[in-house]
Design a protein around this ligand. Structure first.
Ligand SMILES: CC(C)(COP(=O)(O)OP(=O)(O)OC[C@H]1O[C@@H](n2cnc3c(N)ncnc32)[C@H](O)[C@@H]1OP(=O)(O)O)[C@@H](O)C(=O)NCCC(=O)NCCS
Length: 367
């Protein structure tokens, strides 16, 4: 009863049918499907799987994708909110503010049935890319674009940022990024959404709790920091001294280490292949080469020299992919959220279906 596990390490808080992780073998499954297989599907198929529990057949996928596309647009009011809120804030803050505003206008706001919550979730899945891209364009002095209602989720997001169509490889890679980011069991932001849900608060509030938690540099914020690290290191030759300095100063090396994985993160391995593929397409291997040199230096320091199980995590090679896709670092965590939203919604639904308020205890200590 008095045992405290700081950071709730290895505490089993609940049962879930949504994700399975084997941190020693490096296995990740969404609803029984290995991430290495899921990454070859569309994001829509994977978000359907997360929300509904099974992969859609062709007809179900067509209907679901059409419904999502119809929910892409955001109102003039939301664009105004994004414009008015543009005081030096970051994309994650803008997303949180926009979602809070949008919740007030949702016709299903007072309906907490499972189908109404799926409808609310689908509206967020569909509109997250539109909001993030609109904020980016407003902040960089450009006019937000009218939503395209045909493109896949990945191609759509890149188009809404750039105003030009992405190449086939770019569109495929960002689609895979959304799939790889979609779900990861009780990570801090998903736990936050379940905690909010367990009080029988609404899904929008739960998602906002998730956004606030994803933002931190020890969680989704690490992706942006890795992008900045690649800029700072500048060349593969400087990777060794950069890593050695970090370790000597007892600083965290961003994009490394994980609470659950004590081997390579399976998503990280897929991202590494994607990073190599996009580097080849762009005919420029610099970011990949810097990252691989950092990875080698970190392996030597952490694994060979210190015997620690610290490997690249999901945020390491995803940051390399974002460099090649020219996603600004300040947008990186919000792009992560575009993928993660479907996992959050799945966990809200699961929590509502078998709820007990989440309320741990603290041990009082005398001052
Ligand atoms: C992900 C993370 C928060 C997990 O934290 P955790 O499970 O609480 O692990 P701890 O912070 O207790 O670290 C355990 C040991 O590994 C070390 N360690 C873990 N990650 C490290 C990193 N990225 N760089 C340097 N040392 C690290 C710690 O210093 C600690 O060493 P010690 O036992 O000698 O004190 C942590 O690995 C981290 O901060 N990583 C960098 C941020 C990041 O990439 N986050 C994205 C996660 S997907």
């Amino acid at each position: 009863m008095d045992e405290i596990r700081k950071g709730l390490e290895n505490v089993i808080a609940l049962e879930t049918k949504i994700a399975y992780i084997d941190g020693m073998q490096g296995i990740l499954k969404y609803r029984g499907h290995d991430i290495n297989d899921l990454v070859n599907l569309s994001y829509d198929a994977v978000s359907y799987l997360l929300l509904r529990g099974n992969l859609p057949d062709d007809k179900e996928l067509e209907v679901y994708s059409d419904q999502l596309k119809k929910e892409r647009a955001i109102s003039e009011d939301v664009l105004n909110v994004l414009t008015f809120c543009n005081f030096n804030i970051e994309a994650m803050d803008a997303l949180r503010t926009a979602i809070s505003y949008i919740s007030h206008c949702d016709p299903d706001m007072d309906d907490n049935s499972s189908e109404a919550n799926i409808r609310k979730g689908m509206r967020m899945i569909a509109s997250f890319p539109t909001i993030v891209a609109a904020f980016y364009r407003i902040k960089s002095g450009q006019v937000p674009l009218e939503p395209d209602l045909n493109m896949s989720q990945g191609a759509y997001f890149l188009y809404m940022i750039r105003g030009t169509e992405a190449t086939e490889t770019e569109a495929e890679i960002i689609e895979k990024d959304f799939i790889l980011s979609a779900e990861h069991e009780l990570n801090p932001s998903t736990f936050a959404t379940r905690l909010a849900t367990s009080t029988l608060s609404d899904v929008y509030s739960a998602v906002i709790a998730g956004l606030c938690t994803l933002k931190g540099p020890l969680h989704g914020g690490a992706r942006m920091e890795v992008m900045e690290m690649l800029d700072e290191v500048k060349s593969p030759e400087r990777a060794g001294s950069y890593v050695a300095d970090k370790i000597e100063n007892h600083d965290r090396l961003m994009g490394f280490g994980h609470r659950v994985y004590k081997t390579y993160d399976p998503r990280g391995l897929i991202y590494k292949d994607l990073a190599r593929e996009i580097a080849d397409e762009k005919g420029n291997s610099i970011w990949f080469d810097i990252a691989e040199s950092i990875e080698k230096a970190a392996f030597k320091e952490f694994v060979e020299n210190k015997g620690k199980t610290i490997y690249p995590n999901v945020d390491f090679y995803s940051a390399v992919v974002y460099k090649y896709l020219e996603i600004p670092p300040r947008l990186a965590t919000a792009v992560f959220a575009i993928g993660r939203i479907s996992g959050w919604i799945a966990h809200c639904l699961e929590q509502y279906s078998d709820n007990r308020v989440i309320r741990p205890r603290a041990k009082f200590v005398e001052i």
